[in-house]
Design a protein around this ligand. Structure first.
Ligand code: HEC
Ligand code: HEC
Length: 375
């Protein structure tokens, strides 16, 4: 690590000394390098207090820095990060859709090759403990995750004969802008795999979702001292149906609810750290995670293999479709057997109406997370 990087870190957030604007990338993108956007010190609602920030999976080795996250934004949207300049991270993680896509399985560099799993939304990934990534949790961290789509032959294509990250780093070093941009972000122009990982992970972790209609209503009733942090209170900006769905989501099965919030935990709606799988397939042994349910209503399909086209299908599954298996979470069992909620059709529709209130129109439009390239 260079002395300059250490000096910046010592200055603390938002007070880094000025550094020369990276000229090449300033011409290619709409980014204002003189007034770098704030990624490192997000304004959070009152309900995102220590109970939430304690779940932050940002490692001490990758402290948020506005310039590094800005580099992450460029990397996330740059088609040159693929072997044939046809795909970027954003091909499958579309801001307007909550950073997923509408395909069951996605295409990267070629329409002939598809991913093995459905693309995941990225909002509030930061608040998932233990911080692992992918549906089956196989990447240990968001940093480690970032290299995997770069290598994948169905995503950005650098695996096998394409030569891996070294070849990508050489391609980037030959562009008129990456050496400058890495110098601006890190204090030296060297392009390395850990630096790419750090920048992409910081950009993804900055995608905090806290501006849905549920947040607006919850902010009006929230008090840290209220019973259950006021999660059981009807929200003033909700319809009767949405409040019924909210009640079912937040209330335990034994108390007449559907028990969803015991795993999809408000206010982030990221998965509980100790959650196991939800019984999609009989005999399942794999432990799956879910992305935060923020913006889940923007597009289907749902689950790791995109098996459900609609939220009504999802709710129907939790009502009467759960299968037994070693990985099934006890929260979804009654007397040892997979739960059967037997919800009325009206209650199932209410749960769907509630899930729609988690859509976050601020995250999907936030300029900090938009495509910076002039195309
Ligand atoms: C071709 C489509 C595609 C491309 C390109 C792509 N992704 Fe993904 N992404 C996916 C799919 C599919 C998954 C789920 C994969 C799995 O679970 O194995 C995923 C999962 C993730 C996750 C894990 C989320 C979580 O909650 O665990 C992150 C983070 C992520 N992608 C970031 C990126 C970044 C950064 C890039 C660019 C370097 C990228 N993706 C490129 C399709 C894509
Ligand atoms: C035991 C914990 C647990 C409980 C309780 C639970 N879920 Fe889930 N949920 C999961 C897991 C794990 C997944 C990811 C499953 C997969 O794809 O393999 C998931 C996935 C989902 C998805 C799909 C997310 C996506 O991005 O595709 C939705 C929607 C959802 N759950 C809604 C609900 C609702 C509504 C309830 C209450 C009726 C509920 N969940 C109860 C653990 C749980």
């Amino acid at each position: 690590m260079s002395a300059l990087v250490l000096a910046v870190a010592a200055c603390g957030r938002g007070h880094a000394p000025p550094r020369a604007t990276p000229a090449g990338v300033a011409a290619l993108t709409t980014i204002d390098f003189a007034h770098v956007a704030n990624y490192s010190a997000p304004a959070l609602p009152a309900s995102f207090d220590r109970t939430v920030t304690a779940l932050d999976n940002s490692p001490a080795s990758n402290v948020a820095d506005d310039r590094v996250a800005t580099l992450g934004r460029v990397l996330f949207y740059d088609l040159r990060l693929s072997t044939n300049n046809r795909a970027s991270c954003a091909s499958c993680h579309r801001q307007a859709l909550g950073f997923t896509d509408s395909m069951r399985f996605s295409n990267g560099i070629s329409s002939a090759a598809t991913t093995d799993f459905h693309a995941m939304r990225l909002g509030n990934l930061r608040y998932w403990q233990p911080g692992s990534a992918f549906w089956d949790r196989r990447a240990a961290s968001v940093e480690a995750q970032a290299s995997i789509p770069i290598h994948s032959l169905s995503e950005l294509g650098w695996g096998g004969a394409a030569g891996g990250l070294d070849t990508l780093a050489k391609k980037m070093a030959a562009t008129p802008y990456y050496p400058d941009l890495f110098g601006w972000a890190f204090g030296s122009a060297t392009i390395t795999e850990p630096r790419i990982q750090h920048a992409l992970a910081q950009f993804v972790r900055a995608m905090i979702s806290s501006s849905s209609r549920w947040d607006t209503g919850y902010a009006r009733v929230f008090s840290p001292a209220a019973p259950n942090r006021a999660l059981d209170v009807d929200l003033p900006n909700f319809s009767g149906q949405e409040n019924r769905g909210r009640h079912l989501f937040m209330t335990r099965v034994g108390n007449g609810g559907a028990g969803c919030s015991s795993c999809h935990v408000p206010p982030t709606f990221a998965l509980a750290a100790d959650a196991r799988s939800n019984g999609l397939d009989a005999g399942e042994t794999r432990l799956f995670k879910a992305p935060s349910l923020r913006s889940v209503g923007l597009t289907g399909p749902y689950m790791h293999d995109g098996r459900f086209a609609t939220l009504a299908d999802v709710v129907g599954f939790y009502d009467h479709g759960i299968q037994a298996g070693p990985a099934l979470d006890n929260r979804l069992r009654q007397a040892g057997r997979p739960q059967r909620l037997n919800l009325s059709l009206a209650d199932r529709a209410a749960l769907v109406a509630f899930l729609m209130t988690l859509n976050d129109p601020a995250l999907t439009k936030d300029a900090r997370f938009s495509d910076p390239f002039r195309r």
